[in-house]
Write a protein that binds this ligand. Structure first.
Ligand SMILES: [Zn+2]
Length: 62
């Protein structure tokens, strides 16, 4: 069975792996209310809406 003669350098190994690395999610979603980019599962900083409701307004009424 064939055996590699030289150890693959870190640079060569990493350059081969780099394109196949899973891309990290950008962590950006679009607000359905104002269509601005926002962090997922967080109140929109632009219009204060979450799950179709104005969260800050509901807090003020309560
Ligand atoms: Zn919004």
């Amino acid at each position: 069975m064939a055996v590699p003669k030289r150890r693959t350098s870190k640079a060569h190994r990493d350059s081969r792996r780099a394109p196949n690395m899973k891309k990290v999610a950008p962590g950006i979603s679009i607000c359905p209310q104002c269509h601005q980019p926002k962090l997922p599962h967080r109140v929109c900083p632009n219009c204060n809406y979450y799950d179709g409701k104005n969260v800050l307004k509901n807090e003020a009424e309560a």
